[in-house]
Design a protein around this ligand. Structure first.
Ligand code: IMP
Ligand code: MG
Length: 179
């Protein structure tokens, strides 16, 4: 795939992200204070940095599992069909579950994953998304906890990619084409 040249403008600093995660984790810890063990489910691949920071701020017994759903190809266009590429390793029936997503954009991915996990009868099933783009929503769905609301910009960094690049940036930046 030929890449159009672009630069990345910082949108949310690493420090701002860390501070927001501390606040969110206080709320999540309160919500699940009586859990015997919380299963934290990261949606691959975009949530891998977020989930790593999140679980280290949670003052709860946790287990980590991953699920991979496909919606984007290698570009910026979403596809409405969601497929499960990698399922959970563990059972979640009767368990407390927190689904961790990087961005809720059209909402198709999170909605599909939630229906799937709901059918397995977890005790409590809640969701957290680092970023929310409400203006792009096609399916009515809202994460229980949201890090930041952002406008309709294509973002990268902190685990999030553009055609598999820029996941290792410590901050969230927006892609600006220079051609
Ligand atoms: P949805 O199904 O349209 O809500 O898409 C959710 C997925 O699309 C997210 O988990 C991301 O992986 C990807 N995505 C949405 N917006 C962006 C973006 O701005 N940059 C990179 N990936 C994005
Ligand atoms: Mg994703």
């Amino acid at each position: 795939m030929t890449q159009r040249p672009y630069v990345i403008d910082e949108m949310i600093s690493a420090k701002t992200i860390a501070a927001r995660i501390e606040d969110l984790c206080r709320e999540i810890t309160d919500e699940y204070f009586n859990t015997s063990k919380l299963v934290v489910v990261g949606l691959l691949r975009g949530s891998f940095v977020f989930i790593a920071d999140l679980v280290r701020e949670l003052d709860l017994p946790v287990e980590v599992d991953f699920l991979e759903a496909s919606s984007y190809g290698d570009g910026m266009e979403t596809s409405r069909e969601v497929r499960i590429l990698k399922d959970l390793r563990g059972q979640i029936e009767g368990r407390d579950v927190l689904v961790v997503e990087d961005i809720v954009d059209t909402g198709h991915t999170l909605s599909h994953v939630l229906h799937l996990l709901e059918s397995r009868k977890p005790a409590r099933l809640k969701t957290i998304a680092l970023l929310n783009k409400p203006s792009r929503r096609e399916v009515e769905i809202k994460a229980d906890w949201i890090g930041f609301e952002i406008p309709d910009e294509f973002v990268v960094g902190y685990g999030i990619d553009y055609a598999q690049r820029n996941r290792n940036l410590p901050y969230i930046g927006k892609v600006r084409f220079t051609d």
